[in-house]
Design a protein around this ligand. Structure first.
Ligand SMILES: C[S@@+](CC[C@H](N)C(=O)[O-])C[C@H]1O[C@@H](n2cnc3c(N)ncnc32)[C@H](O)[C@@H]1O
Length: 308
């Protein structure tokens, strides 16, 4: 089926339709039934509403903030260029928190420091892959460094994340994303996002050992970070969109904006995978990303939920 025949998975909730390359009544697709949300929603155990405005705003009155005068940019740095792309940083610098201007800021909607909050800018589709279940592909070229979509879902407390994790069977697809941020002096801030029952297009993104997206925690209005995915390189129309579930490859390599697109052959962030083959009593699912450097198994980084 061509994408022109598809239907909008978001039901109009996104800026652009998220095309599904299957009929809504397709029995294969029905098993993925979930409620669409373009943004994070509070789930059990979440004590801080993910969309509550908790940060003070800047008092800029211009359409766009300027580095020299904006309190937001001065405090947190300018992370986007004037085309809304992530600026290239020194290696490893993506661990720095990103803060966008919020609802309390005086600047305009088109401010240089408002990117993730603007939502989808490129048309995406959900399609059936050969051996990874559903996946997401770009329907138009996506330039390096640009925001693609969020990994949005229910924000869970630790206990709930553990409980859901434990309830998963070996054949279940895992969706719980665990983000650990080191906030200094040995303190950590953990965020758990589960898009399985309530989620957005990000829930269909597969893992690759040679990904074309990178996940960056971005704070917009609230203390709860949004898990934002940016293009690691120029992406061609038709390419499957993937990220590294362990987060290690993309954050240590940074953007590769000078490289040409390299389509994959087959077409301290962690997703705690449910597994089917393994080491140390921990069974792991085989990885079918098809990359030349494939590590053969989906990442199993239990560092965040290892005490469940
Ligand atoms: C967040 S979901 C991704 C969407 C999923 N393919 C679907 O159909 O809903 C994560 C699950 O997809 C599958 N998956 C993702 N990347 C994979 C890969 N590289 N190889 C094999 N399975 C993969 C695994 O079952 C994993 O638990």
């Amino acid at each position: 089926m061509s994408h022109r025949e598809g239907w909008d998975l978001s039901g109009g909730a996104e800026n652009l339709p998220v095309v599904v390359e299957a009929e809504p009544t397709d029995s294969k697709f029905l098993v993925t039934a979930f409620q669409y949300t373009p943004e994070n929603v509070p789930g059990p155990g979440c004590h801080c509403h993910p969309n509550e405005v908790t940060f003070p705003g800047c008092d800029c009155r211009s359409a766009s903030c300027q580095q020299g005068s904006c309190s937001c940019l001065q405090a947190h740095g300018q992370v986007y260029d004037n085309k809304g792309r992530l600026r290239e940083h020194e290696q490893g610098d993506y661990s720095r928190p990103v803060f966008e201007c919020s609802a309390l800021c005086g600047c305009g909607e088109t401010c240089i420091n408002r990117v993730v909050q603007q939502g989808l800018r490129f048309r995406l589709s959900v399609f059936s892959t050969q051996n990874k279940g559903w996946g997401v592909r770009a329907l138009e070229p996506i330039p390096c460094g640009t925001f693609v979509c969020e990994y949005a879902g229910e924000v869970l407390g630790y206990e709930e994340a553990c409980q859901r994790q434990r309830a998963q069977g070996p054949a279940d697809m895992n969706y719980i994303m665990a983000l650990r941020e080191h906030t200094g002096q040995g303190r950590v801030c953990d965020t758990f996002v589960d898009p399985a029952a309530v989620g957005n297009v990000g829930r269909f993104l597969n893992h690759s050992c040679q990904p074309n997206l990178m996940m960056v925690p971005v704070r917009v209005h609230s203390l709860v970070p949004r898990l934002a995915l940016f293009a690691l390189r120029n992406i061609a129309a038709g390419e499957e969109l993937t990220f590294d579930y362990s987060g290690t490859r993309s954050t240590t390599q940074g953007l590769r904006c000078t490289m040409n697109p390299v389509p994959s052959k087959s077409s301290s962030l962690s997703s705690s995978s449910s597994n089917t083959a393994g080491t140390d009593g921990l069974k792991r699912k085989p990885c079918h990303c098809g990359a030349h450097n494939c590590s053969q198994f989906l990442p199993l980084d239990m560092s965040v939920i290892d005490t469940c």
